[in-house]
Design a protein around this ligand. Structure first.
Ligand SMILES: [Zn+2]
Length: 463
């Protein structure tokens, strides 16, 4: 699944990711909302904890009688043997890359907070609002006139970190294939999309804030979920082609085994797409994008070049898992719950902050666009705190797709080899706590262990 990554990557840097992402919190006013929020928080916590513990539960050994006729395989030892096939220097490099990402989560949060506080305390935000009010008397246009310069300022101020994180650092670890100019051109395209999407979203949200200053967090959740749905729907058709070329996979030796798995699972696709990801990166990956009529399964050219057929079948079976298990709709639902809780908490925090600093910053209330940096500051903080839970929600669906993938492709060794290749950019053997906090996919070790457990079980084929 790449919808979330898309939203993050294209809108991070303009600070808007905070509005499109998902958080949790606590409301203080009505007792109904309080109960709703408590319930949802509890559900999220329980869900996250069950998921975290489930992933670390060792598999019970099969009763002795069942293993009599088959060659015994010790899944734990087999997992270690796979991990040991990588050179120490490779492991150290990918660990350093991935662990650096932990710090980047912190730096990005601190930068968002610093920019927000700067715009509030300097009263630049209030002046932008005054400027937009002089330009037009229509509320929706005032919001747009505030949003455009706001997004531009935030993008420019966060550009240095963006440049380091997404250009220099990627080159430093040998993951990027683009020179500066093509990279920068794509940044600008992404920024224009973010400006258009961000302005539309803000105009809609501020219309809600003006009409429902007390219950905006409920209607606002609805707006955000519908917005995320539409972005997911149009992305494969209108957005992805701006960055990459998608063409049907024509090699029958690769295509036909993939389509056979699709038929076996009643997935109504007639073709599989190949995307030229090597334009930007050396990473091996595949994705399912879109919803309803725009769903498309694609594998990237790095995968085609670097992997054997068993590995490709395993990856594509994983992507089919996302489709069959209806992960698009499920993730949208989970994120909707996060947004609802986050907005409820934001409502209380925003009103408290305006009560205290409203005069100093020149903010009149939730419906005043000058309060946008405060909204971003609060939501950004909540998202930062919710990182482990957001990652866990995504990682759990990825683990489900892995289970579907191994059962459909029946390629345990292929799965182990792919897990090692993904280890180029994802730490292979983290601690359980590290995996819980930072991993939005299972670690390589978890994936290889799943493959080896599957292999050791020797399931009958049932011909
Ligand atoms: Zn996946």
């Amino acid at each position: 699944m790449r919808a979330r990554r898309f939203v993050r990557s294209s809108l991070t840097g303009v600070g808007l990711v905070t509005l499109l992402s998902f958080e949790r919190g606590f409301a203080k006013h009505s007792s109904m909302s309080k109960r709703l929020v408590l319930l949802a928080t509890t559900v999220c916590f329980v869900f996250a904890l069950i998921a975290a513990s489930a992933q670390e539960t060792p598999m019970p050994a099969a009763p002795a009688g069942i293993q009599q006729n088959v060659q015994a395989l010790d899944p734990a030892a087999a997992t270690q043997a796979w991990l040991a096939t990588l050179r120490k220097s490779q492991r150290e490099k990918s660990d350093a890359y991935f662990e650096g990402g932990y710090w980047l989560i912190l730096w990005n949060f601190l930068l968002t907070a610093a920019i927000s506080i700067f715009l509030l305390a300097s009263r630049i935000s209030a002046r932008l609002r005054d400027f937009s009010q002089r330009l037009t008397r229509f509320n929706a246009l005032q919001t747009a006139c505030y949003a455009l310069p706001y997004l531009l300022i935030v993008y420019v101020l966060s550009f240095p970190l963006n440049l380091y994180e997404n250009f220099f650092r990627e080159h430093q670890y040998g993951l990027a294939t683009q020179n500066f100019l093509p990279w920068f051109r794509e940044q600008l395209i992404g920024f224009i999309i973010a400006i258009i999407g961000g302005t539309v979203l803000l105009v809609l949200l501020y219309a809600v804030f003006r009409r429902a200053p007390r219950t905006w967090w409920i209607w606002g959740t609805f707006v955000v979920v519908v917005f995320m749905f539409i972005i997911t729907f149009i992305a494969p058709v209108f957005i992805d082609p701006l960055f990459n070329t998608y063409k049907p996979l024509t090699n029958p030796e690769i295509r036909d085994p993939i389509l056979a798995m699709a038929r076996a699972n009643q997935i109504p696709v007639k073709q599989v797409f190949e995307v030229d990801a090597s334009r930007q990166t050396t990473r091996v990956s595949a994705n399912v994008a879109g919803v309803l009529g725009t769903t498309r399964i694609a594998l990237n050219d790095n995968l085609l070049k670097q992997c054997t057929l068993p590995e490709i079948r395993e990856v594509m079976a994983h992507e089919m898992g996302h489709y069959v298990l209806n992960h698009g709709a499920k993730l949208l639902t989970y994120f909707g719950i996060f947004v609802l809780i986050g907005f409820a908490l934001t409502r209380a925090l925003f009103d408290a902050a305006v009560g205290r600093w409203g005069n100093k910053w020149g903010i009149r209330g939730i419906a005043d666009p000058a309060g946008l940096p405060l909204l971003v500051l609060i939501l950004g903080t909540l998202i930062f705190l919710a990182t482990p839970f957001l990652n866990t929600v995504v990682r759990v669906t990825e683990r489900e797709a892995d289970a579907f993938g191994i059962n459909t492709s029946r390629e345990p060794d292929g799965m182990a080899k792919v897990a090692l290749k993904l280890g180029a950019y994802r730490k292979l053997d983290p601690t359980p706590l590290e995996e819980f906090i930072f991993f939005d996919h299972p670690s390589g070790r978890s994936r290889i262990r799943m493959a080896m457990d599957w292999k050791a079980a020797h399931l009958p084929a049932g011909e």
